[in-house]
Design a protein around this ligand. Sequence first.
Ligand code: AHM
Ligand code: MG
Length: 334
Amino acid sequence: MITLGEYIVKNQAEYPNASGELTSLLSSIRRAAKVVNREINRAGLVTDIIGGSNGSENVQGETQQKLDVFANDMFKAALEARGEVCGIASEEEDHFVAFDDKRQCNAKYVVLMDPLDGSSNIDVNVSVGTIFSIYRRISEPGEPVNIEDFLQPGVNQVAAGYVVYGSSTMLVYTTGHGVHGFTYDPTLGSFCLSHENIRIPEQGSIYSINEGNYIKFPEGVKKYLKFCQEKDADTRRPYTSRYIGSLVSDFHRNMLKGGIYIYPSGTSNPNGKLRLLYECNPLAFMAEQAGGKATDGFRRIMEIKPTELHQRTPYFVGSSKMVDKAGELMAQYS
Ligand code: AHM
Ligand code: MG
């Protein structure tokens, strides 16, 4: 059995120039994930303290759950505590946060995160997730971080990952050398290697989309859904529809089984719902590292140059052949 800590250290040894900062940063994330996991497990018992709405909204006008705020505080504190991160941006913060003691000012990494994705599912005991993305800063060490450090295209990511708090809790990450998954053993208090080098099947048979919004979808998406539902023995259609409404869980299932997740534009949300920096880029990096693809229907997600922190984008991610087919129909009809 190999724990996440051992695995990270073992792989660091394979990079002679590595300074250990990324290793230490990943340890901070791992530690915060354990605390958040503990609170999520208790959420049904102590709803007055950690369950339910916080009574406030985030910068995007969405209701914040108490656990959203708790998870944000935990990850922020864990990342601030050591000296590898000079600033963070989070779905739950209005602006980026600069860590400005001397050691942090000299640090080379920034972290962008969605501390608790799908949090509206907690009250009904459905799995939720944390998504994170790590970049090397652009500004000079020693200076305070600035907005350009955060507005980098996804191709610049150094590492990314997610934690899925599900029937088991798992931490899955990439540093650009494949995607590796670790399952949390609560009796040991450790994440243990369970899924080394995950590969997403290039063709799956699951499609995940909120079909309640059908009427507002672009024509290309409507045509793709029709394609998914038609009978064809060669391509094993019709496909199966699976939508949890918790991105990390839908993505995780599709990574393991093969499938496509789509959150397209709609008439009321022209850029879809999902955030480019906190959700789409990290999962795109993971998908590509596992052999899959991620687009906005036309362009590769990781090549989009962000213009604002909380920017949204339509999103198509998963098995490469499925994302290609959806892209083909988008180009033809939308
Ligand atoms: P959140 O970051 O506010 O939790 O929103 C993102 C979530 C995703 O987890 C999920 O896939 C999507 O929103 C579901 O949205 P919808 O209910 O519109 O289908
Ligand atoms: Mg989210």
